[in-house]
Write a protein that binds this ligand. Structure first.
Ligand code: FE2
Length: 280
């Protein structure tokens, strides 16, 4: 019988302002958790007040990694320098592989009401940092779901859960990205493959994790818990929402300069020059 996973580390987000003045919570990519290989950043934006988000993220570049936007509620518009345009609405996911470079804007498409979602940055291995940019823009109804016994739902964004496959394909770190919505009495179980980096982030309510001592451990709202891989994950919660993420670490040097993430300072210099010269 496989033992249950334990919490290796807990972290809560820190308030930051990014873009042209968007207020958000940064959970990965802050002093207490610089990164969690291969994850470079996790931001949660959540506000009912347009002044917190209306400024959006005007034109800015990315190189060397992937940005993943998941909307829990509201609408955003995305547009890049190659005239690609996408609309993200409640429940949609966008997996953007920036590769050798993209310049884009991400703007709210609403001027009031709740805007709530996440942006995750996933690193690329050195051999793929300069690949061609690619989009996987997926509308909510294409995301497969598993219904739990008592009304809970598992939305499978990436990876496999039971007999269903996530809609996001061909990502080098083989991510699992599940949005798990638990109601009273529901139990969510999943085996975390050996060698993966994995974590939970509770965005609604609180959950309990059945740990290696066979005791229920609480994880609170807005708390991220890093998990021990190669073990069994077992959760319960009442009106709770939690993201489960896992992926294989890349184990390469990370040199980051804002929206450029490369392996050494020379490559960062090259990125800055290429961007300045309009070669993205
Ligand atoms: Fe961006």
């Amino acid at each position: 019988m496989m033992s249950y996973t334990s919490i290796l580390k807990r972290i809560t987000g820190t308030f930051v302002q990014d873009g042209a003045g968007v207020n958000l919570s940064r959970i990965i990519g802050q002093p207490r958790l610089r990164n969690l290989d291969p994850f470079l950043l996790l931001d949660e934006f959540k506000s009912e007040s347009s002044k917190d988000y209306i400024a959006g993220f005007p034109s800015h570049p990315h190189r060397g990694f992937e940005t993943v936007t998941y909307m829990l509620h509201g609408a955003m518009r995305h547009r890049d320098n190659q005239n690609n345009e996408g609309h993200l609405r409640t429940g949609d996911i966008q997996w953007m592989t920036a590769g050798r470079g993209i310049v884009h804007e991400e703007m709210p498409e609403q001027d009031n009401g709740l805007l709530w979602g996440f942006q995750l940055w996933v690193n690329l291995p050195s051999a793929q940092k300069m690949c061609n940019p690619r989009y996987q823009d997926i509308a909510s109804h294409f995301i497969q779901e598993i219904n739990l016994t008592h009304g809970g739902i598992v939305r499978i964004i990436a990876g496999q859960y039971q007999d269903k496959q996530g809609v996001i394909k061909d990502v080098s770190v083989k991510p699992e990205y599940f949005d798990v919505r638990l109601t009273e009495k529901d139990i969510f179980e999943h085996t975390i493959e050996e060698g993966r980096t994995s974590f939970l982030y509770v965005y609604l309510g609180e959950i309990e994790l059945f740990d290696s001592h066979e005791k229920w451990e609480k994880i609170h709202t807005n708390e991220l818990a890093v998990l021990d891989p190669g073990k069994r994950l077992k959760l319960q919660g009442e009106k709770a929402g939690v993201l489960f993420l896992s992926a294989f670490p890349i184990r390469e040097p990370i040199v980051q300069y804002g929206p450029f993430v490369m392996n050494n300072p020379q490559e960062i210099e090259q990125a800055i020059n290429d961007y300045r010269e309009g070669n993205f």
